[in-house]
Unconditional design. Structure first.
Length: 182
């Protein structure tokens, strides 16, 4: 199975093509760092507009890097949330459009679950898949959680924050101290 995945949940526009045997055929990312730098952090409306401007180019570069046509794909996936709503809409609608035009299945992926299971795709330093169960520190956007992961879709939350995640707190503290973003 070969899947094109699209990620637009925050401030990077990304696409990757991955096989069912965990091989990454292509991975392209556009960072919006320069767009957000003047504001000291991510501005959701600027992020959404940047995704809209760059998603087609990222998708095309990814397909070209993998040397594939849409007819070679078995499905399309996109981050379905949580995340910044404007960016999520750009990614979801792009992915759904591709899926519809090429008669391919579409799958919305939970952003946090994607982070939780990435270690199963990329493995350890020797490329071995990390076995279940494992302990996970998940820090993403407004989320900071400690979880046990026992299988796909099976998580136990051991602890969580009720305020900004570590990265956001770091950005806000840096801004208060007069340090540049990022």
């Amino acid at each position: 199975m070969i899947v094109l995945g699209i990620e637009t949940s925050c401030d990077e526009t990304a696409a990757a093509i991955v096989t069912s045997d965990k091989k990454i055929l292509a991975n392209e990312i556009f960072s919006q760092l320069e767009e957000h730098k003047p504001y000291g952090g991510v501005v959701p409306e600027i992020a959404a507009r940047a995704h809209l401007s760059f998603i087609e180019n990222i998708k095309d570069k990814t397909m070209k890097a993998a040397k594939l046509e849409f007819s070679d794909l078995n499905g399309i996936a996109a981050t379905g949330g949580p995340g910044l709503i404007g960016g999520l809409l750009v990614g979801i609608m792009t992915a759904k459009s591709i899926a519809f035009c090429h008669n391919l299945p579409f799958l919305a992926v939970n952003h946090l679950e994607g982070h939780a299971l990435t270690v199963r795709l990329t493995g350890d330093t020797k490329g071995n898949s990390i076995p279940f169960p494992f302990l996970l520190l998940l820090i993403s956007g407004g989320h900071c959680q400690i979880l046990t992961v026992t299988d796909v879709g099976k998580y136990t939350r051991l602890g969580t924050t009720i305020d900004d995640a570590l990265g956001e707190a770091f950005d806000k503290s840096a801004k208060m101290m007069g340090l540049d973003y990022p």
